[in-house]
Design a protein around this ligand. Structure first.
Ligand code: DGL
Length: 263
C-alpha cells in the first residue's frame, strides 16, 4: 500500500456514489475503486450482524484490490458495523453518520427532521450522537421506507417516489422543522424532489462533504495523498446491473468505468 494505491469506497448499492462525487471533487488526483453491493440492497432492514458480515465482505474485496483507505459510504453500515470492523482491520476506515450535530447547532425552530433507514435509526451509535447533541431539540425520526429500492431502480421522480416522499415528510412539516438531515447516502439523489415538497425555509443537509474532508485529513496525516498529477483511474463495480450507476454518473461517463463483478 502506498501513495499511488486507490481509495476504496463501498455502499449497499448506488447511493454511496453521491459520497464518491464529493471525494472525487476534493481529491481529483486519487484513484478510487467503488463497490456497489446492490445484490444485497437494501441493508436498512437487515440485522446488525448481517450488515457487519456484508461490510466485512466488501472491505475484504477492497483490501484484495490494494486500497490504502476504506470509505464506508453508507450510514447503515457505519452505524451498525464500524466499531467491529475498526477492531479487525488496521487500514484507516472512514465512516458516514447523519449530520445531526450541524442541524442541531443551526436550527432556530428547535425542531429537526431526520430521514434514514431503520438500521441507522435503531443503532446505538445514532442514539448516542442524537442524545449528545439534541438535548433541547425535538428530533422527528422518519424511516425512509421504500426509497432505497426505488433509487436502486433508477426511479427518482415517478409518482410512487413523490407519494412516498410526501408521506415521509408530512410529520416533519407538521412539526415545523427547519432542517431535514439526510441520513442515507442514497437520498442526495432525491434532493430536487424533496425541495419541491418541503416548505421553502427548510434546509436539507447531508454528510458527503464532511466525509470527503475527513478522508483527505486522514490521508494527509498518514502521508498517503497521491502526488502524481496524471489522470486517476476511477472504477465502479456492481454485483447487480450497471444501468442505474451509469445513469446516476452520466456526467462522469468520459472519466469512469462501470463494470459488473461478483463479490
Ligand atoms: N445507502 C445506505 C445508507 O447510507 C443504505 C441504504 C440501504 O441499503 O438500506 O444508509
Amino acid at each position: 500500500m502506498n501513495k499511488n494505491s486507490p481509495i476504496g469506497v463501498f455502499d449497499s448499492g448506488v447511493g454511496g456514489s453521491s459520497i464518491w462525487k464529493e471525494v472525487n471533487k476534493l481529491l481529483p488526483c486519487e484513484h478510487i475503486i467503488y463497490l456497489a453491493d446492490s445484490k444485497n440492497a437494501p441493508y436498512g432492514n437487515k440485522s446488525s450482524e448481517e450488515i457487519t458480515t456484508l461490510s466485512i465482505k466488501n472491505i475484504e474485496k477492497l483490501l484484495h484490490m490494494g486500497c490504502k483507505i476504506i470509505v464506508i459510504a453508507c450510514n447503515t453500515a457505519t452505524t451498525n458495523a464500524i466499531a467491529t470492523v475498526r477492531e479487525n482491520y488496521s487500514i484507516p476506515i472512514i465512516g458516514i453518520e447523519p449530520a445531526i450535530k450541524p442541524a442541531a447547532l443551526q436550527t432556530t425552530s428547535k425542531n429537526i427532521g431526520i430521514l434514514a433507514t431503520k438500521g441507522t435509526l435503531s443503532s446505538a451509535l445514532f442514539s448516542k450522537t442524537t442524545q449528545e447533541f439534541t438535548k433541547d431539540i425535538r428530533v422527528i425520526e422518519i424511516i425512509g421506507e421504500g426509497l432505497v429500492t426505488l433509487i436502486e431502480a433508477g426511479n427518482l421522480d415517478g409518482p410512487e417516489m413523490i407519494s412516498l416522499l410526501k408521506k415521509h415528510t408530512k410529520p416533519m412539516i407538521d412539526a415545523n422543522v427547519d432542517y431535514v438531515v439526510l441520513g442515507c447516502s442514497h437520498y442526495p439523489y432525491i434532493i430536487p424532489q424533496l425541495k419541491k415538497i418541503l416548505p421553502e425555509n427548510v434546509k436539507i443537509i447531508d454528510s458527503g462533504e464532511a466525509v470527503a474532508r475527513q478522508t483527505k485529513t486522514v490521508l494527509q496525516s498518514l502521508n498517503l495523498l497521491r502526488e502524481e498529477k496524471t489522470k486517476p483511474s476511477l472504477q465502479f463495480f456492481t454485483n447487480a446491473e450497471t444501468a442505474t450507476l451509469k445513469f446516476l454518473l452520466s456526467a462522469y461517463s468520459e472519466s469512469i468505468s462501470v463494470e459488473k463483478m461478483d463479490f
